[in-house]
Design a protein around this ligand. Structure first.
Ligand code: 13P
Length: 256
């Protein structure tokens, strides 16, 4: 079974509600049904923008998914500043990024936390987009594959195969995020293939064949085609280039 590409925009901490609605409307105005033949399209705005962005897509009746950028694993309680899975669910959000390197580095997110978040999301039928990736120091040390595959194993610990298949993994080398320095297609392919073989070891060949592995890190209209031509790269998790309608649409069109 051929995997469908996925292009997911991570808006990070950008766009007020008003700005987010404008960008969603701009994307919606460019929308073509043909996008979805080969590609699932998702945007992940800040929490406060989720409902307004979802409303734009619903009103226009277009099948662009909406995702969050983080979540807490508890149902509710004394966790000041956090957002729960049921809260996300009510916004109509179908996806959630977890384990992004910015959260791991700046907000103390751990492999164990990523695993708890994945389980809580899967129980509510929100699909996790699980981010993994190495620092430049780890790449220079030559331990990238061990490091990234250990992150994958930890994220999936205790998750059953019928739920694992609903997850997407995003390989984002930290040194390529927001730097303009993209991994070469060969570098990205090597790690994405290792991720898929880790999934095959854990869940068997069929789940590994079906699961999408995205690349993220300075993906743009100029480098997308060579990256997604690699056999184990099934699309992108995009930061900067997802904040402009023109470049985001070009990335989606590259999947046609
Ligand atoms: P850039 O595309 O801006 O490098 O960001 C990638 C990223 O972190 C997506 O999650």
């Amino acid at each position: 079974m051929a995997r469908k590409y996925m292009m997911a925009g991570n808006w990070k901490m950008n766009k007020t509600i008003g700005e987010a609605v404008v960008l969603a409307q701009d994307i919606s105005n460019q929308y073509e049904d043909s996008w979805l033949k080969n590609c699932d399209v998702v945007v992940c705005p800040p929490f406060v923008d989720l409902k307004p962005v979802k409303t734009v897509f619903e009103f226009d009746r277009i099948e662009i998914g909406v995702g969050a950028q983080n979540v807490h694993w508890a149902e509710s309680g004394a966790y000041t500043g956090e957002i729960s899975v049921p809260m996300l669910k009510e916004t109509g959000c179908g996806w959630c990024i977890i384990g992004h390197s910015e959260r791991r580095e700046m907000f103390g997110e751990t492999n164990e936390g990523v695993n708890k978040k994945a389980k809580a999301l899967l129980a509510a039928k929100i699909n996790p987009i699980i981010c993994v990736g190495e620092s430049l120091a780890i790449r220079d040390e030559g331990t990238t594959l061990d490091f990234v595959c250990a992150q994958v194993k930890a994220a999936f610990a205790g998750i059953e195969p019928d739920e694992a298949k609903d997850c997407v993994i995003a390989y984002e080398p930290i040194w390529a995020i927001g730097t303009g320095r993209t991994a070469t297609p060969e570098q990205a392919q090597e790690v994405c293939a290792a991720i898929r073989s880790t999934i095959a070891d854990m869940y068997g060949a069929q789940v590994a064949e079906e699961m999408r592995v995205l690349y993220g890190g300075s993906m743009n209209p100029g480098n997308v085609s060579l990256l997604i031509a690699e056999p184990d790269i099934d699309g992108g998790l995009i930061g900067g280039a997802a904040l402009k309608k023109e470049s985001f649409v070009q990335l989606i069109e590259a999947c046609k």
